[in-house]
Design a protein around this ligand. Structure first.
Ligand SMILES: C[S@@+](CC[C@H](N)C(=O)[O-])C[C@H]1O[C@@H](n2cnc3c(N)ncnc32)[C@H](O)[C@@H]1O
Length: 332
């Protein structure tokens, strides 16, 4: 099997950079008092090399690829519990959809048959949770996924690129099944503690669907660039259709990055709604430090992660702006 195929089928992207090892993650490792660093998806052993550097004398690795010279184990099916160990890993990532698109579904079918989720890294987390302690590098979309998070102690968004061959946005999750001394899941961005998961869950916006709003409608009166550009001065914004630097006739039913939105509103208040929507979005981003917006591949020029505004949140913002533009009207 060549390297490209191993990337596709086995998710062989190795964690060459150690920016993931933030001080609070190192403190967590020390608090566990474990003596063995264990990577059940060891690859070329980069995470175990870091473990050695920070003082672990014993390391243990498994992989399914025999050419990597670790003990062979299918860690997506089960991971043996190793006493006194902490898992430090980055498992393979693969969605059901992309396995089918890349014509490799047959080789991974057995995992999707037992996986309740649509990405096998979540099956990997489930298996890792069998061990008492762990640190797992996973896609940042994990934060907004439905995967139960009550067993975690922290989630850390890492903005620096950890891999040399992919720009996949990632976060690091830590768990401690033994001491269970943590009842609040802390959310960090790089080194900074932003708050607890509960706070962010409460900040999530859901639309009421009480006014007519249609996305990707050529007749629309409001355009939305739903993704940050690499220029920090040109973030996600609502605007008039003529202001967007994009050929609007290219917008399709499936467009997720640039759209035109049709609303049932009087012409005179369009500008107001655009302004209120941008103000509400700015406030939402500030209060949530972008944690609730999907990460987008590649960072801005200032090193911050680019974000995408999903259309449900966009709809909730527009409904709110609509109410602000009609202060005497009560919608529900
Ligand atoms: C994303 S790479 C990460 C390697 C290493 N943990 C790192 O961070 O550099 C995932 C590794 O898991 C291995 N792998 C894929 N499926 C596996 C399975 N079912 N059981 C064990 N290892 C697997 C791949 O061969 C690859 O080496």
């Amino acid at each position: 099997m060549d390297a490209t195929i191993k990337k596709q089928t086995l998710g062989q992207f190795f964690t060459k950079n150690d920016f993931w090892l933030k001080n609070h993650i190192l403190d967590f490792i020390k608090l566990t008092k474990t003596t063995i660093a264990f990577d059940p998806f060891a690859g070329s052993g980069d995470l175990l090399k870091v473990a050695k550097k920070i003082g672990f004398q014993k390391i243990k690795g498994f992989d399914i690829d025999k050419s990597l010279n670790w003990k062979i184990n299918d860690s997506l099916l089960s991971i043996p519990k190793i006493k006194n160990s902490i898992i430090i890993t980055n498992p393979p990532y693969l969605t059901n959809y992309s396995a089918k698109r890349k014509n490799i579904y047959d080789s991974v079918k057995k995992y999707f048959e037992i996986c309740k989720y649509d990405n096998i890294y979540q099956l990997a987390i489930e298996q890792c949770l069998n061990n008492d302690f762990g640190i797992i590098i996973v896609p940042e979309t994990f934060i907004n996924s439905k995967f139960p998070k009550h067993r975690l102690t922290s989630i850390t968004i890492i903005e620096d690129q950890l891999f040399n061959d992919t720009e996949n946005p990632v976060c690091v999750i830590c768990y401690d099944n033994k001491n269970k001394t943590y009842d609040k899941i802390k959310i960090y961005k790089n080194d900074k503690m932003l708050g607890i998961l509960e706070y962010f869950e409460k900040m999530r916006r859901t639309p009421q669907k009480n006014i007519y709003i249609k996305f990707n409608s050529p007749k629309g009166q409001i355009a939305l660039r739903a993704v940050d550009t690499t220029d920090p001065a040109r973030p996600i914004s609502f605007m008039k259709p003529k202001e967007i630097d994009y050929k609007l006739s290219n917008i399709k039913q499936s467009s997720r990055l640039i759209t035109v939105i049709e609303l049932n509103i009087e012409k005179e208040i369009i500008e107001k709604i655009i302004k209120f929507s941008n103000d509400l979005l700015f406030d939402f981003r500030k209060k949530t430090s972008d944690v609730l917006l999907s990460p987008f591949k590649g960072n801005k020029k200032n090193g911050e992660r680019r974000r995408r505004l999903d259309y449900l949140t966009a709809r909730a913002i527009l409904e709110n702006a609509y109410e602000m533009a009609h202060p005497t009207m009560k919608l529900f």
